[in-house]
Write a protein that binds this ligand. Sequence first.
Ligand code: CO
Length: 449
Amino acid sequence: MHVWYIRRRMFLLTTTNNKTMIQRLLSFLDASPVNFLAVKAITEQLKAAGFKHMDAASPLVSAMPGDKFFVTKNDSSVFAFHIGKEKLSDAGFRMICAHCDSPTFRIKPNAEMLCEGGIVKLNTEVYGGPIMSTWFDRPLTLAGRVIVRGKDAMNPVTKLLHVRRPLLQISNLAIHFNRQVNDGVALSRQKDVLPILGIISNELECNNLLINIIREELNVNADDILDFDLYLADATPACTFGVHNELISSGRIDDLSMCYAGLEALLANAGTTANATQVLAIFDNEETGSQTKQGAGSPFLASMLQRIALAQGDTMEGFYQAVEHAFMISADNAHAWHPNYPEKYDPTNHPHLGGGPVIKFNAAQKYASDAVSAAVFAEICREAGVPCQRFVNHSDVAGGSTLGNILASSIPLRGVDMGNAMLAMHSCRETASVADHIYCVKAFTQFYK
Ligand code: CO
């Protein structure tokens, strides 16, 4: 680690602007226990910055230079556009994409399970790939969306739910019943990870226990609650830690920290109109493979970009030209070098916490980065005065995948896969660096310019 990095990081932490930027990130993480609420938090900030909410079901009549609008899909993905001075077909677009879903547990239908002694636990299903043991013995809560009766069967009403108090806990078995617990334990996704919701005194109370919580939280009639998409979430607020408060501890850093860096950059440029159209694309369902209408495998974003080209008086030919001029940053967190497990990392490419944004490479093309797109991104970092790092898997380790290449199947974009380095990816409580967030916002702001 170079000494200048460390000096620079110390400086970054002391300025008031940077402290408030980190505070904003922590507040966003706390407001976003699940995808639906992350989208709500993002759209609220977009609206406050003058972005108009467009309904994708209504005609897109205008996409004039300086126009700012966003569309959502399924309440769980959001696409924001700041139309550039030049037509899409001439200047293309600059896109940052990230994902707003994180590994968790989904509440199954008919979830209440009454056990001996009046204990009620909830039946759940794993979403994505959490490190399940990290969800034990910590206060959890419920968050997601609830569907209530609307004017007719085809038009139910969606209400977002975030219970803002500790409500559940997944409790471990005492070490006295399992002496091997510290040697590694196989966990059943059905038996071992069901959270306790409480103790009831009357058997009848168990019926509709969950519905009653929803009814009280949302102030709706129990009869009007038709269904829900509810998930477990960590109830402990995000925080900084470390001798200089240089680290971040939170759930869902993957990939909400990248969503938020993208949003900060888009809003930092909201006052001036650039030549190219700026796009911020926040997808759902990356953790389960992206193959949903609101995921990166969907043609939804491609069709929105086509609609913008057509609204500017272009033809499909104009849209295809726009794609050739475009550049995409696929932003999803990377693995930082872990001091306890150095053997897991590539010998010459293992990014450090605080060392700046990380460009990801993979010979099997799981990442979109190639020498050209990496060079473009590294130059953007240099222009922004930000260091950048490179990541490649240890060749005996399989590694993960992300959005970039899935998106390429619907829009063949030139682009780079990158992300800030972090520890304990998919833990209930992940670790990232304060300095990296500030670096990343600077690099993204420079990119949109
Ligand atoms: Co991710």
